[in-house]
Write a protein that binds this ligand. Structure first.
Ligand SMILES: Cc1ncc(C[n+]2csc(CCOP(=O)(O)OP(=O)(O)O)c2C)c(N)n1
Length: 157
């Protein structure tokens, strides 16, 4: 979907293969490799596996980026759920935030709500720290699928 620096090692998990355990897996990987590790995840996947943060061995150079669109946005994107009268059950909208989990589990927390703020926060986010860090990026639930579809269409042109 975008160019990537080829010095980075990337590992992915598809939702179709189960959203459970993504955070646990990332923490295990961070512990094993010892290198800086960044875990990028959706809100539902993250909250589903929040118990993964209950762990005394999370390296301080571990970073989490939660893309919080307030739901399982995939179900707005794929055909089917939107045309049914059961979108809510697929999408499971919510107003949860990672802030209090971070307080409980000793992660440095920050949030961003727009692109400028994200650009400002990221250099700070990657700086060395005593504790691991999480940044929560809030995006609008009902616009998310439209923006992603427009992005894909743009790539095709
Ligand atoms: C254990 C498990 N339960 C349910 C699903 C079905 N499922 C696939 S994607 C998804 C929602 C993911 O939401 P989120 O992590 O917020 O990412 P987004 O779709 O918003 O990008 C769900 C519930 C699954 N893949 N695995």
């Amino acid at each position: 979907m975008f160019d990537i620096n080829n010095t980075l090692r990337i590992f992915c998990n598809r939702g179709t293969s189960g959203i459970d355990g993504s955070t646990s897996t990332a923490i295990g990987a961070a512990y094993a490799v010892k290198e800086n590790t960044v875990f990028i995840t959706g809100d539902i996947s993250f909250f589903y596996d929040s118990n993964a943060l209950w762990n005394n061995y999370i390296p301080s150079n571990f970073r989490i980026i939660v893309l919080n669109n307030g739901s399982g946005g995939i179900f707005r994107f794929i055909p089917g759920p939107k045309e049914s009268d059961a979108l809510d059950y697929f999408e499971t909208p919510h107003n949860l935030t990672a802030e209090y989990l971070c307080k409980m589990y000793n992660f440095e927390y920050s949030k961003v709500e727009n692109e400028n703020n994200l650009d400002l926060q990221l250099p700070k986010f990657y700086k060395k720290s005593k504790f691991p860090k999480l940044v929560e990026v809030f995006t609008p639930r009902e616009e998310n699928d439209k923006i992603l579809k427009a992005y894909f269409n743009n790539l095709k042109e």
